[in-house]
Write a protein that binds this ligand. Structure first.
Ligand SMILES: C[S@@+](CC[C@H](N)C(=O)[O-])C[C@H]1O[C@@H](n2cnc3c(N)ncnc32)[C@H](O)[C@@H]1O
Length: 260
């Protein structure tokens, strides 16, 4: 699958994704994943950052609010349009550009850091993405990214629940299958009556094993500094029961890697 195909899938998702994520239905992102990512992020005030696969920009804005001078890049024009509209209404100094993360079009050593929130498993050629990130990072800069956890969310995953509906185990399969795939789903908390009228997201996914991810990071010249596997606290799981399954096994993997 090439970038044009991937971009077309995301362009088809962008309108519904933006409306429902901004309405608070991306519960995993808002209740768990982004807060954990930001907790792991080193101080960025005064630094120049690139957010790769920025979508409609919610997470880019969070990083900008920490004082970074941000550029957001995404392959889907509708996401970039929404992000720019929000920037125009409430400026944070973010520059949003349309582009392909596999061919990052910035000069060498342009950024102090790069973030990629839940976007790199959606890019087909992660080797090229990582090489591009290395190139545009200044020496001493870092990349921090989140992805679906390669070990616990491989192509096939099923929550095992007890008689009360509580997630108690996870069944996984196809861990070593790195074939391109298209996942179809909607944010699970969207009410049934609204779901009926929506076309499910069509998400190209390029699963890689943990070994492949670590090899690609090392081959790019980056040095792994930190891993994170966010788990919902008891309080968060009570407030947002949909994320309680992260107390059984992680759904997300966070990685920070530096350019020496
Ligand atoms: C799961 S969404 C995450 C969006 C946003 N980072 C967030 O956390 O809300 C994945 C994003 O990656 C973008 N994307 C996928 N492939 C891309 C590519 N090759 N280059 C740039 N962006 C890409 C999609 O358009 C989409 O916005």
């Amino acid at each position: 699958m090439d970038a044009t195909d991937v971009g077309a899938h995301w362009e088809g998702n962008a309108e519904t994704w933006t409306i429902y994520s901004r309405a608070g239905y991306d519960k995993y992102r808002d209740a768990l994943n982004t807060p954990a990512f930001l907790d792991m992020l080193p101080p960025v005030a005064g630094l120049k950052g690139l957010d790769l696969g920025c979508g409609e920009g919610t997470n880019t804005r969070e990083v900008a609010r920490r004082g970074a001078e941000m550029t957001g890049l995404d392959i889907a024009p509708t996401f970039i349009r929404y992000a720019r509209e929000t920037e125009a209404a409430d400026p944070l100094g973010i520059d949003y550009v349309l582009g392909d993360g596999q061919v990052i079009d910035f000069p060498d050593d342009s950024f102090d850091f790069v973030t990629a929130f839940m976007s790199m498993m959606d890019m087909a050629d992660q080797r090229e993405v990582l090489k591009g990130i290395y190139r545009v990072l200044k020496p001493g800069g870092f990349l921090q990214f989140s992805i679906l956890h390669p070990c616990f969310v491989p192509p096939t995953r099923k929550n095992i629940r007890d008689e009360t509906g509580e997630a108690v185990a996870v069944q996984i399969a196809d861990y070593f299958d790195e074939a391109d795939r298209i996942d179809r789903w909607l944010f699970s908390e969207i009410p049934a009556e609204e779901r009926a009228g929506l076309t499910p997201f069509s998400v190209p996914r390029f699963h890689r094993t943990l070994t492949t991810w670590v090899s690609m990071i090392i081959e790019a010249g980056l040095v792994i500094e930190a891993f994170g596997e966010p788990m919902a606290s008891e309080e968060v799981a009570l407030a947002e029961p949909v994320v309680a399954d992260t107390r059984v096994a992680p759904i997300f993997l966070h990685v920070r890697a530096g350019k020496p």
